[in-house]
Design a protein. Structure first.
Length: 449
């Protein structure tokens, strides 16, 4: 297989939000039974940041006042109370609560406390639940971390991206390397069960050595997990307008060297991006446990996050620019009835299978072949003949689980997009066509999408 560029798209979920469209006559209460009982995900989106990173195409806005953030929380509280009325009769309990953004710790202590309170008082977090939160070095201080600890946060994830000033500058990050060191030190002192740090490779001017230097620096703080992200410049990213084009050949080389470095340092690789410290209580924890994440249900709070309620996926319309994000925020804050779902997608049975395969194949231990047959009544090879071919090419291997080989894992962002259906691909292209002129963003787009 000759590969022109292995970095096509990060498939963290399927289908992509740009494949969603307007919905009419859809009411959440009619689907609430799909989230009965325990084991669901809960996500709170905090769409505020100090500055816009050059590679960011997430739903986030900058320069917002404390009052503006209070208004957002007012809207979220109204939404959460309505969700309570919908899900309470079904005994819905959440096993995971994730607070992402944006930069959640940009909230003041009072606002953070309020966010936890309005969520915890209205929606049931089950015993032993995990609570994860994202943060950034400039917003990480001791008081806020103590508050998180009191709220039972179990995982803190911090975007560091690089320990080199020049690279942080290229990325247009708001923090300095020294601030990242201080924040990591604080995370260690306050002592959370899981500390995760994110890094980026493929940054113009970054070398294999400078990437390894950043990782070496991170290891000093003994993180439990490290995520390595290739630099993507997709629709809406500021660096595209600056004419920056990532060098994927260099990125490939950096990925291989960094993966080898982390494995040698005792990390287990779960996916192309995720490396987990493999030693637990003196014992090597060899494999990530299988969980049926392909059917995962999750409810998003606030504006910009996605909800997955069975085959109904919904969110506010995809927005990237400051202007369009502010418009969505205003609409969210003006919404009186959150039970009406106006934008999303219903997955067909075929798309449900695709989602399942994409979500399981790209993370180890992979697809449990027996489970797949039990769930769908067919063999995964029958449904996805391309997997046979990938097996012959040494990209996947099968025993109890069908999993990517090391070579295949490094090509996750190339193989994953091949599993996208033609219909979804067409919708995504259509979105790009419509928004390209509106958002005035030019080159640097992917081959397929
Ligand atoms: S990458 Fe993260 S921190 Fe940077 S602007 Fe986007 S959401 Fe904010």
């Amino acid at each position: 297989m000759e590969i022109k560029n292995p970095y096509i798209q990060y498939m963290y979920s399927y289908p992509h939000k740009t494949a969603y469209g307007p919905l009419e006559g859809v009411f959440l209460k009619d689907y609430a039974d799909r989230m009965a009982g325990k084991g669901h995900g809960l996500y709170f989106h905090v769409p505020f940041c100090q500055g816009k990173c050059g590679y960011c195409n997430l739903f986030s806005v900058i320069h917002q006042t404390e009052e503006a953030i209070d208004q957002y929380l007012d809207g979220a509280e109204r939404q959460i109370c309505q969700y309570r009325a919908i899900f309470e009769p079904y005994g819905t309990e959440f096993s995971e609560f994730t607070i992402g953004g944006g930069t959640p710790l940009i909230l003041t202590e009072r606002q953070l406390e309020r966010m936890f309170r309005i969520t915890g008082e209205n929606l049931k977090l089950q015993e032993g639940r995990e609570i994860g939160i994202e943060t950034a070095p400039n917003q990480t201080d001791k008081q806020k971390l103590m508050l998180l600890k009191e709220q039972g946060v179990t995982r803190v994830s911090m975007g560091i991206q690089s320990f080199l000033e020049e690279e942080l500058k290229v990325l247009r990050r708001s923090h300095r390397a020294e601030q990242a060191r201080k924040a990591l030190e604080l995370l260690r002192v306050v002592d959370f069960p899981c500390i995760n740090v994110d890094f980026i490779y493929g940054i113009p001017g970054q070398t294999v050595d400078s990437l390894l230097y950043s990782l070496q620096e991170a290891l000093v703080f003994e993180p439990d997990e490290i995520f390595l992200y290739p630099l993507y410049l997709k629709h809406g990213a500021g660096l595209i307008q600056a004419g920056v084009v990532p060098d994927w050949r260099l990125a490939s080389k950096q990925y291989q060297e960094a993966a080898a470095f982390l494995k040698a340092a005792g990390f287990r690789q779960d996916s192309m991006r995720r490396f987990v410290q493999a030693w637990k209580n003196g014992k090597k924890d060899r494999q990530r446990e299988f969980s049926e994440c392909g059917f995962g249900t999750s409810l998003a709070l606030g504006c910009g996050g996605r909800s997955y309620v069975g085959n109904l996926h919904f969110c506010t319309p995809y927005a990237i620019t400051q202007k369009s994000c502010l418009e969505q925020l205003k609409r969210f804050e003006d919404t009186l009835d959150f039970s009406k779902i106006t934008h999303g997608i219903f997955l067909s049975d075929e798309e449900v299978k695709r989602r399942y395969v994409i979500r399981h194949l790209l993370i180890r231990p992979g697809i449990c072949l027996k489970q797949y047959e039990e769930d769908f009544g067919t063999s995964v090879y029958q449904d996805f003949p391309v997997l046979e071919k990938w097996g012959q090419e040494g990209l996947v291997q099968a025993e109890e689980f069908l999993a990517l080989t090391d070579k295949g894992m490094g090509l996750s962002d190339y193989l994953g997009p091949m599993l996208v259906s033609d219909q979804v691909c067409e919708k995504m292209k259509e979105w790009e066509r419509v928004h390209e002129s509106v958002d005035r963003v030019v080159p640097g787009k992917s081959e397929k999408l």
